[in-house]
Write a protein that binds this ligand. Sequence first.
Ligand code: AMP
Ligand code: GLY
Length: 424
Amino acid sequence: MKVLLIGSGGREHSLVWKLNQSDLVSELTCLPGNAGIAEIANIVPIKAHEIEKIIKHVILKQYDFVIIGPEQPLALGIVDKLKDIGIKVFGPTQSAARLESSKEFTKKLCSKYNIPTAKYGVFDNLKDAKSYIKKMRAPYVIKADGLASGKGVVLPETLDGALKELEEIFSGKFGDASSKVLIEEFMEGQEASFFAISDGVNILPLIAAQDHKRAFDGDKGPNTGGMGAYSPTPVFNEEIQKIVMNKIIIPTVEGMAADGTPYVGILFAGLMITNEGPKLIEYNARFGDPECQVLMRRLKSDLMDIFLKAEEGNLDAIKELIWSNKPTVNIVLANNGYPGKYKNGSIIKGIEKANSKNEIVIFHAGTKYNENNNICSAGGRVLNVTSQADTLNKALEKAYEAIDNDIEWDDGFCRRDIGYQAVC
Ligand code: AMP
Ligand code: GLY
């Protein structure tokens, strides 16, 4: 099968790496890809949000199957457009992708189907938002309704801070994403990312991972797209998974179908494991990044077969997936300054040396080749050093060894405490 994957991050590099192991895939292309993806697949220089260009390219190249990595093309309706021209595609339609692209949509679904989540109010004007927040307790949770590249959530500690944030948001801080604002109750607990795949009716549970969202050690600094992940995670045991499936995932898939927007694709539940049980923080309509990279290293089953069966509505033909039980970590190497301003174009060496170690697989994110054919930085998150070993400590030791001894890059940084919640 001729397969096209859309995206350019570490998530997509790990998906390409896994899809290449499938006998069902004869030719794999990624757009726009990155320097690492270019080593193992064809790449095409079209950006993921350039929907019309993508459609023309798909028609020209006659792909058999298209897989969507990031949220932006989903929210722009790429799946609907590909289906309209008869192309098989894995991912939710624009209206099903509202599970990620509109927080209000998801909150309403939760209310309608009794799915546990934080209490909330939605506001389209500053006055009402301010009077609601005055009745809440610190810390405050304020969210832009639409997609804001992971930056649309603020957690002020004081009422003054919260009121100031509201003023800034209603003055357009998050652009179009902030015409509506959600104010939520703060949920206390540990976070986990859980993934399931649905064909609209049937559900195939995957596994959970834990992400590290803050930029610096000890969960300090600004929120990022994610600075590292590990799996399995002790916070998410079999019992929690059962509750999450019964109270969150199954009612969501059934509710979406009952409401006429069946969900086909990856369902990524961001969860807070509270004392009252797991609650939904948010849904994403795609794999998590950096979580996907650890999932792909643990997955032993054929990924293409899963995507195909989901698209066909035959997911029930897969009885169970096979996973490695070995602890797996992903340490993100980010550009100095990320998630704020950073500079691109510095040369990175030693990736091959690191990759030659048994435990290690490096997935590229923001990388490209410069004019002298050197790999250089081209984004905020730049490399993902994944490592798998018999124990979590060993996996971490090997990953940090690769970062310290093999990879040569002066302009990057990483967190040194990935997996701290699980290290004995
Ligand atoms: P989101 O983009 O909705 O995942 O929010 C980003 C981060 O903000 C989450 O990963 C949590 O750490 C935090 N967060 C969001 N909503 C809440 C909430 N209601 N209670 C506590 N923390 C939250
Ligand atoms: N790692 C969180 C996300 O992909 O949104």
